[in-house]
Design a binder for this molecule. Structure first.
Ligand code: DGI
Ligand code: FE
Ligand code: FE
Length: 188
């Protein structure tokens, strides 16, 4: 695997400045959450560093990688290119950063939508991405506060916020976000 410094220099070159800064903030936030919730700090740091590795690729490049790897998108995924960077992220993370750890790759894969019955590492990356200090949207402070008190409550609020936002905008909602939220509601 590449060193964290090598990963950073790749990201600095392949991400926009704002996306790179977001990534560093997600790293800081993920490390803090990992310490609180007893998640492997090193894995959290690497997953956070790599989570948006594919974010600034063109949708054409993202689609080519999806096709080359014989990934079958659902009809809904096909129509939602915002989700593609999280589908492609683990593939690029494996190839360029030489990440082999399945827990890290899975945290990268599910960072945008979440999923049913998430691992603690998946939860930390999902919510760190949403609450890093650079994020400002109505309600973020509450989700931030809750996430440092009770991880599942923070995630539930985060999922509820995103689903409401997508509903208001008239956007389609990924089935994994619904399943992630239902799971938390049913297993409180
Ligand atoms: O990559 P980031 O910007 O750091 O954050 P992210 O990976 O959570 O991606 C956010 C984008 O993805 C934002 O444009 C909203 C979109 N998104 C997330 N979940 C869904 C979604 N878009 C649709 N249509 N449906 C979803 O379920
Ligand atoms: Fe992302
Ligand atoms: Fe992100």
């Amino acid at each position: 695997m590449l060193s964290k410094e090598e990963m950073k220099s790749y990201l600095k070159e392949h991400l926009t400045e704002s996306r790179y800064n977001h990534t560093l903030s997600v790293v800081e936030t993920a490390i803090r959450l990992a310490q609180i919730y007893k998640v492997d700090k090193n894995k959290a740091e690497i997953a956070a560093l790599a989570h948006d590795i594919a974010k600034n690729m063109t949708i054409y490049d993202l689609k080519s990688i999806i096709d080359e790897n014989n990934i079958k998108l659902s009809y809904d995924e096909e129509k939602t290119p915002e989700l593609w960077h999280s589908i492609v992220g683990p593939i690029v993370g494996k190839k360029i950063f030489k990440i082999e750890d399945e827990e890290i790759l899975s945290a990268m894969r599910w960072h945008t939508t979440g999923r049913e019955n998430m691992s603690k590492l998946e939860k930390v990356i999902y919510i760190a991405d949403m609450i890093e200090p650079g994020r400002s949207f109505p309600g973020v402070d509450l989700i931030r506060k809750e996430s440092f008190n009770d991880l599942d409550k923070g995630i539930l609020q985060g999922l509820t916020h995103t689903i409401k936002y997508l509903l208001d905008k008239g956007f389609p909602i990924d089935i994994n976000s619904i399943k992630a939220r239902n799971y938390l509601v049913l297993n409180k």
